[in-house]
Design a protein around this ligand. Structure first.
Ligand code: ADP
Length: 551
């Protein structure tokens, strides 16, 4: 079914589509402002040229017949190529309207050949038989009146619903039948005209001057052009409709200068000027079709590379997700192994300590739950849509995380301090993710201090109100500090300076904090170490990005 667009009478208003015709075709896309401006400019120039030529229109230009074959060849080539491109469009769109227009162009292009061949004085030297006085004018009449009728058919069929669509699978045979029909009509009508010259209306007085009956031809053509313009004007505005209106205006100017200003005097200056308008009208839609094809090609190239980029981004996201899961789950797994070893040792003693073993098993169970929650947190973090947020007491979260890290810190002879603001307002967020952020920052701080010797190893976590609507948490260490070379890269996925690192921790932290409407950054600690800070909007001022997905 051809699309049934709502009337969009203003240029630039886009047409709605029924979904079957791609919205970027010449027949379905609306002309942009620049195209409309260009169309108006073309018309202004053409009218200007008409005004300039008018006073000299009747000056005869002798011996210019020799130019006629070149003119006819140019028109033939342009119109036949236009017809082929329109037929290609028809094979995609299956629109009867586009088919009618293609046939119109083909007919007009093909009829130019007998017109030139019968033109008095042009091919006589080649020994062609004399076609008779009226033949050329009669062929010109067929061509001149035929084309606007096809344009009218196009405009009327364009909006006539499902009946305006050629059934599936038959485009090729329709095209072949159409081309064969045009060639047959052109040959048949030429033969009829040439063989019955005496029966034709007396359009010509002699080989140069028209007679009175000719006046009906331009008058009828003008009427057809005007009707065509009106019908196209009330149709929804597509790029093709716009340029067809320009074509009809050009033909209108052509007929005015050919038949009225130069009084139909063949080979006069006005007559040749009219021919140039004819050549332009034969080329306009061709130029538009070619430029649209270039635009479509560029669009295709862009969308293919965009699709490739999206596929690569999806792969990177998947890699990031799997690496992130591995990174976050490693911690509870390591703790489970340590506790299982400890439990076995307690049980393997000569007098097994069941209480300690039970405590170790309990820690294993807790770690198992934590790992499960981490996986759940990460997968939901990469899912689209809103994350369920609850009111979170950050101080409690920090204390809980420190309790878990304390053993590891003690092993590394690191002292852990907390300076927490007792009046800290709650934040809205995912407790699992936020706890993971603190635990990552603390784990990084511990890592940064393992190689430090000759000074105190201290981690200090602070929480405070940042201002009336946000809180600030900072994790401070006295470790190696940040290497200025890598400072800008530490938040990138997979960036790590550790032999056993994965480079996912800080990326994860930043993603979580930003998804909560906050910000994470790092500064140097004095005299040694680094401080990671993050802000979060307090619960009384929920973040505007709440529910956003993590990068
Ligand atoms: P990983 O811990 O797996 O290396 P992260 O994303 O957590 O990945 O950290 C990236 C890099 O940032 C680390 O390899 C390290 O070079 C640097 N970094 C992170 N935290 C600290 C810190 N507290 N002190 C010094 N460097 C740090």
């Amino acid at each position: 079914m051809i699309d049934q667009p709502a009337r969009a009478r203003d240029f630039g208003q886009s047409r709605p589509h029924a979904g079957e015709n791609p919205p970027f075709l010449l027949t379905t896309s609306s002309p942009g402002r620049s195209q409309r401006r260009l169309a108006v400019c073309v018309l202004v120039v053409l009218v200007g040229a008409l005004v300039v030529t008018a006073p000299f229109a009747r000056i005869p230009l002798e011996n210019t017949e020799a130019l006629l074959p070149a003119y006819a060849a140019a028109v033939f080539v342009n119109e036949v190529i236009t017809a082929s491109l329109l037929l290609a469009l028809f094979s995609v769109q299956r629109s009867r309207a586009v088919f009618a227009l293609s046939i119109g162009y083909l007919f007009s292009g093909v009829m130019v050949i007998p017109w030139a061949l019968t033109f008095p004085g042009v091919f006589e030297s080649l020994g062609l038989p004399d076609a008779g006085l009226q033949s050329t004018a009669a062929i010109a009449t067929l061509r001149r009146l035929g084309f606007p009728i096809f344009v009218l058919a196009y405009a009327l069929l364009e909006d006539s619903g499902s009946s305006a669509r050629v059934s599936h699978g038959s485009a090729r045979s329709v095209i072949l039948a159409g081309v064969a029909g045009v060639v047959a009509i052109a040959c048949g009508s030429t033969w009829l005209i040439v063989t019955s010259d005496d029966a034709l209306p007396g359009f010509m007085k002699d080989t140069r001057n028209v007679a009175a009956p000719w006046q009906y031809v331009p008058a009828t053509a003008v009427c057809l052009y005007l009707v065509g313009l009106c019908v196209l004007w009330i149709r929804p505005r597509s790029v093709l409709n716009l340029w067809l209106m320009v074509v009809l205006c050009t033909l209108l100017i052509e007929i005015v200068i050919l038949s009225y200003l130069s009084a139909g005097l063949r080979l006069s200056l006005g007559w040749w000027a009219g021919r140039l308008y004819g050549l332009l009208s034969a080329s306009l839609v061709l130029l538009v079709l070619l430029s649209e094809k270039t635009t479509l090609y560029a669009r295709l190239v862009r969308s293919v590379s965009a699709e490739r980029r999206a596929r690569e981004a999806r792969l990177t996201a998947m890699e990031a997700l799997s690496a992130s899961i591995a990174h976050e789950v490693n911690q509870p797994l390591a703790s489970m192994v340590t506790n299982a070893d400890a439990g076995l040792r307690w049980l393997g003693r000569q007098s097994p300590n069941v209480d300690e073993a039970r405590a170790a098993l309990k820690r294993i169970v807790d770690d198992g739950h934590r790992a499960a929650k981490v996986i759940e947190g990460i997968t939901t973090m990469f899912k689209k849509g809103a994350q369920e947020r609850v009111s979170v007491n950050m101080n409690r979260l920090i204390e809980e995380t420190l309790r878990r890290c304390r053993d590891e810190a003690r092993l590394g002879r690191i002292s852990v301090q907390a300076e927490l603001d007792a009046d800290l307002p709650p934040v809205m967020g995912s407790p699992v993710q936020l706890q993971q952020v603190i635990s990552n920052l603390v784990a990084n701080a511990i890592d940064a201090m393992t190689a430090v010797a000759g000074r105190k190893r201290v981690i200090c976590i602070r929480s405070a109100r940042r201002n009336s609507d946000a809180i600030l948490v900072s994790v401070e260490d006295s470790g190696t500090g940040l290497d200025p070379k890598y400072r800008d890269r530490i938040f990138e996925p997979f960036f790590t300076t550790r032999s056993d690192g994965m480079g996912m921790g800080l990326m994860f932290c930043q993603s979580v904090i930003e998804a909560h409407g906050g910000r994470l950054w790092v500064t140097d600690n004095e005299p040694h170490g680094a401080i990671f800070h993050f802000t979060l909007p307090s619960a009384d001022d929920p973040p505007s990005t709440a529910g956003a997905t993590v990068r």
